[in-house]
Design a protein around this ligand. Structure first.
Ligand code: TPP
Ligand code: SF4
Ligand code: MG
Length: 283
């Protein structure tokens, strides 16, 4: 008999607007937690700031609602301090690719064993609708004429950083989303799941109807070890491909850190130094 059910992971009634794409992500993630039978006391959801980053309030696991753009370094610190904890990071396109964009590069280089889910609605929603780095040409209060900046392509960006697991899901396709999150959490290393997750309040150019026309599953014969093939598909202007783009095994940050720790201890003949003795070395 299973010990944990969905209700052991779901908490307060989400305060997102009815129809918000983030509901699907909450359902998918908590279902995957139940499939893995994760102990809620050994699981932490870390977020930044945004509508999507309200996520930890709606879950019964540990949660860390950190600061805008700083969810990834917070999560990495948590994982280093307690490698046994399951860590999932959630946030928005503004949080992850604008103010926090730099951390995405370095998390990819470090390859910590954490899962990162970005709910991309192509807008800053919590602050009532400003252009984000993924916005198409939309006019908003801060851009009353037209967007004058180019947009970024998160999957292409991740492929160029050699992030070890890269997938794209859609809030309108729950079974696929669950599967991608399941695989991302199984992956040893940094897994990035880009979720197309419409905001029904502030972005008329990124709706379920418009997405439905452009979304296609990745070709069945796509080789998930072939980074260049993934890039070509991520570049496609006509279709927005969903599925698993890239999945490779690389040593994780946790493993590399453990090996550095072991080497350092051996160098000291396995002698345990007190905090005072360590500090005295720098006096
Ligand atoms: C340091 C800092 N700068 C700016 C803000 C204001 N702010 C809060 S949320 C947000 C953008 C949220 O957009 P996104 O990450 O896409 O999340 P969404 O609300 O769309 O889910 C901004 C700019 C802040 N809270 N902290
Ligand atoms: S404003 Fe948009 S992103 Fe925020 S809860 Fe409402 S629909 Fe969701
Ligand atoms: Mg957003």
């Amino acid at each position: 008999m299973e010990k944990y059910t969905l209700n052991d992971y779901k908490s307060n009634k989400p305060t997102w607007c009815p129809g918000c794409g983030n509901f699907a992500v909450l359902t998918a993630l908590t279902s995957v937690f139940a499939e893995f039978q994760l102990d809620p006391d050994e699981t932490t959801i870390v977020s930044g700031i945004g509508c999507s980053s309200r996520f930890p309030f709606f879950s019964k696991t540990y949660g860390f609602h950190s600061i805008h753009g700083r969810a990834l370094p917070t999560a990495m610190g948590l994982k280093v301090a307690n490698p046994e904890t399951e860590v999932v990071v959630v946030g928005g396109d503004g949080d992850g690719f604008s103010i926090g964009g730099n951390h995405f590069i370095h998390a990819s280089r470090k390859n910590p064993n954490i899962t990162y889910i970005v709910m991309d609605n192509e807008i800053y929603a919590l602050t009532k609708g400003q252009n984000s780095p993924t916005s198409h040409s939309i006019t908003t209060k801060v851009n009353p004429y037209e967007a004058i900046e180019d947009r970024i392509n998160p999957v292409l960006m991740a492929l160029s950083f050699d992030t070890s697991f890269i997938a794209r899901g859609y809030s309108g396709n729950l079974p696929q989303l669950k599967d991608l999150i399941y695989k991302g959490m199984q992956h040893e290393g940094f897994s990035f799941i880009h979720v197309l997750s419409p905001c029904v309040q502030y972005n008329e150019k990124f709706t379920y109807d418009l997405l439905q026309e452009r979304i296609r599953p990745l070709p069945e014969n796509h080789d998930t070890k072939n980074r260049l093939a993934g890039m070509e598909l991520a570049f496609d202007n006509k279709y927005l491909y969903t599925g698993l783009f890239y999945d490779v095994n690389k040593p994780t940050f946790d493993e590399k850190l453990a090996s550095v720790r072991k080497g350092a201890k051996e160098k000291m003949d396995n002698k345990e130094l007190s905090y005072k003795e360590i500090m005295e070395q720098f006096a």
